[in-house]
Design a protein around this ligand. Sequence first.
Ligand code: AMP
Ligand code: MG
Length: 392
Amino acid sequence: MLSVEEAQQRVLDEVSPIDAEEVAIADAHGRVLREDVIARGDVPLRDNSAMDGYAVRAEDAGPLRVIGEVRAGSVATMALEPGTAMRIMTGAPIPDGADAVARLEITDQGIEVVNLRHQVKRGANIRRRGEDMREGDVVLTSGTLLRAGEIGVLATAQHARVRVARRPTVAILSTGDELVDVGESVTPGRVINSNLYSLAALVRETGAIPRPQPIVRDSREATMAAIERALECDFVVSSGGVSVGAYDFVKEALDALGAETKFWRVAMKPGKPVVLSRVRDRLFFGLPGNPVSCMVGFTLFVAPALRKAMGMTADLLPPMVNLRTIAPMRGSERRTYVRVRVIARDGELVAEPMRVQGSGASTSMRGANGLAIVEAGVAEIASGAMVPVLMI
Ligand code: AMP
Ligand code: MG
């Protein structure tokens, strides 16, 4: 059976970048940059003061005659002569002739004449022209996920608009005769279509647009028709109907549609039945119906594909760290992904396995922010041992 890593590689091999669009930087948060961004000017544009104080000449000692003041936003109209100083505010350009700033706290704060408690070093408290960025510098590269820090850099580099990946649309199909929508009455045998909502949230968290589809009943024809309709989206994700049960029609429907199935089982628990298929020019992910298997499958296979489609080049897969587990973890004959909460305890990050671990138990994902990996054949990992954890 295919390993998770092999399956992930097959997924990524199938994905090519989606088209880009231009947006205002106020709308660019969470998007993936699709151009290299160049600084349009030096920042700061002139040497300026990092402190409130006096602009001085470092070699001057003794009382200095105060010849004026520069505020942020203005430029001094005269230059400093030997034996003089100028009051200066944080961010104000350094006047000609000055080569250091004495911060207010080391002076007597004189109005006409100022005394320094000690001399200051050349360059002290001066932010140099171009220290933050130089005109022409590439300050962000294509493929970067734009978070708060990057948005600030875009504005500083004088870019009001920016090219980002279009958000891919993701059709979400829920298969199952037993499914009812939330809000409808739940009679025995019925199951609420919770996967629709958790998958839609995961799609949004990845930066794509979920397109919920009507519930698909368990027949070959209904499944085929639903997949056909869903192909208007950039990606199709389904839940349920991928095992070997008598009413699992996803694989059959895909075959009937002439889809090219790349894999349909992966050596993992939860979530062994996972389908990757190419239907015409679209990628189809068939995830298992169990709520937990479904979310784990999305995290390991679909989210990386969406990131690659948006043009991300790094961090496609969740980062892995080694953490101490604070309770025992059980493994199985397949590689097991144990849902954990990564928490700070006594100054260290540790993994706390969720108490409920059943693949059908939606509460095992509640608050989970990590997937600990217990390799195939390892029956148990003792409390206190180190385990690799995927940060999700
Ligand atoms: P299946 O993979 O279709 O055999 O479904 C496995 C289990 O997941 C069954 O108990 C289903 O009732 C449940 N299930 C399937 N689809 C969903 C869904 N959309 N939301 C919640 N549970 C589901
Ligand atoms: Mg089913």
